[in-house]
Design a protein around this ligand. Structure first.
Ligand SMILES: [Zn+2]
Ligand SMILES: [Zn+2]
Length: 162
């Protein structure tokens, strides 16, 4: 198996090349807690400009992989935004088809979606409601006469009527 790092022979010992190069640069042995990081992410690129001394904590941060994202367009504000790929896969799998860049856009979008759907349902009764209104009936009376919906449906229809 190929090692993650390049090793070289130095004074009869196998040493890590990038650490040896760094020691040559700073002209002293590296401390155990001084790690040598490869800036471009390629552990075989031991060019001096690609090497940097870091602490263990710094090194862990540097190697924490940037999570993959996908670029989407928000359904509400139509601007591009990034969503974690993991989250996107989950949402797609679970049929969450709406894409929102923020909580605010999500609320606006969801409201619009729900209102649209509810209105579609209500508009089935549009003719009955309109007829009743022409006769001057109250929402309650219209609903009662129809026997199919409540007065709330009539109010909802009136509120959302374009
Ligand atoms: Zn590193
Ligand atoms: Zn948005």
């Amino acid at each position: 198996m190929q090692s993650e790092y390049k090793h070289i022979m130095y004074k009869g010992k196998i040493v890590l090349e990038h650490r040896k190069i760094m020691e040559d640069i700073i002209k002293r042995p590296l401390e155990k807690e001084e790690l040598v990081h490869h800036i471009d992410g390629n552990p075989w690129n031991n060019n001096i400009e690609n090497l940097k001394i870091v602490t263990k904590e710094e090194h862990m941060k540097l190697h924490k992989k940037e999570p993959k994202t996908v670029e989407l367009i928000c359904d509400t504000c139509k601007i591009k935004f990034k969503r974690l790929l993991r989250m996107h896969k989950y949402k797609t799998k679970n049929k969450y088809k709406h894409k929102y860049c923020s909580k605010k856009c999500c609320i606006i979008g969801t409201e619009k979606y729900l209102t649209g759907n509810k209105y579609k349902g209500t508009s089935k009764f549009a003719k009955i409601i309109e007829k009743g209104l022409k006769k001057g009936l109250t929402p309650y009376a219209i609903a009662k006469q129809s026997g199919k919906f409540s007065k709330g449906t009539v109010y909802f229809y009136l509120k959302n009527k374009k």
